[in-house]
Design a protein around this ligand. Structure first.
Ligand SMILES: [Zn+2]
Length: 102
């Protein structure tokens, strides 16, 4: 039995360049998929004598209070963030020259 098609199924979502908005066409070689992964410093923490002298319970309370106003997404974004976006050939050519340009 065939499931009824939803109106959206006959018109796949329009894919557009994240930078200029130009319509992109999968399979025609005019798309670049850019994937960015940002991870907070993965090195093990370094403790100083001053850190070791702190009251652990008080420090935990301080850190919990610091995170109190963050929702789960904000807390996650502080340690891990992955972004995927599409660029047209022209925007990719500009972007790749200086991908960290702010
Ligand atoms: Zn573009």
């Amino acid at each position: 039995m065939r499931t009824p098609e939803r109106a959206d199924d006959s018109h796949p979502p329009r894919l557009a360049c994240h930078r200029c908005g130009r319509e992109l066409h999968p399979g025609r070689g005019d798309i670049y998929v850019v994937s960015i992964l940002a991870v907070a410093d993965p090195s093990p923490p370094v403790f100083t004598e001053d850190d070791l002298a702190l009251d652990v319970e008080q420090e935990i309370q301080r850190l919990l209070a610091q995170m109190k106003d963050l929702d789960a997404q904000q807390a996650q974004d502080q340690v891990y963030r992955r972004m995927v976006f599409h660029l047209c050939k022209s925007c990719y050519s500009d972007w790749i020259i200086d991908p960290t340009g702010f």
